[in-house]
Design a protein around this ligand. Sequence first.
Ligand code: MLT
Length: 261
Amino acid sequence: MTNPTLATYLLRDGAGVPLVLLHGFPLDHRMWVAMVDELPQGPRVIAVDLPGHGHSDLGQLPASLDATADLVHATLREQGEGNAVVVGLSMGGYVALAMAERHPGFVRGLGLVDTKSTADDDAARDGRLRVAAAVEATQTLDAVMGMPAKLLGPTSELERRSLYPTVYAWIRSQGLSGVAWAQRAMAARPDRTDVLRSFGGPVAVVVGAEDQVTTVDDARHMAGAARDATLAVVPNAAHLSAVEEPAAVARAVADLHARVR
Ligand code: MLT
């Protein structure tokens, strides 16, 4: 099996335990740039393009977020990182939880933004498999090009219209095989609520108040399960809270980093 090479980006230099950022679907590291601009000076900030997204290839990686978590961990270790505060948005959060389960000594703190710890129900899983099949059958991204309307909320629709072409362009630039792979990998993920129950480090749960994809209830469920969690509900933001309200998400991420001992 050929493992893919993951593209990583040093978005900010700094010191101490680094901050690792994992993006949502079907996006790449660019979704974090506005949030990083709002972070106070502090740790090194590394963003990763997940397999088949951005500038990361797919190799022969199985459609598995466990394999993805192992690959992100191995990539960071090869780069000399001994541990990190890992922050993931949506799909990135699923990978962050898998990292916390599989590499608990590496993950010092966990940021879960617009994501959930539960698995898909049958209908959601079937929907993902249909999207994967449609992308491959049509050799287009048509099946996911409607996503900006789901990812961005009513406040963005009214007040941040310029985000739509940006998010649309990010999605349009993703590869067909990466999009199909991610749908299958997310469909196969287990419930990882127990990971939160056993995780020893600080957890920050962040959710856009308008998020209809992973809801405030999903966020409350995670914060309630974790041993040491904060919950930030970000007003006027939806599923891409880090893009819609980057300053509010940066505050929660900086606070998480400060809680790591
Ligand atoms: C994402 O933003 O990564 C996706 O909405 C995740 C998902 O489909 O569950």
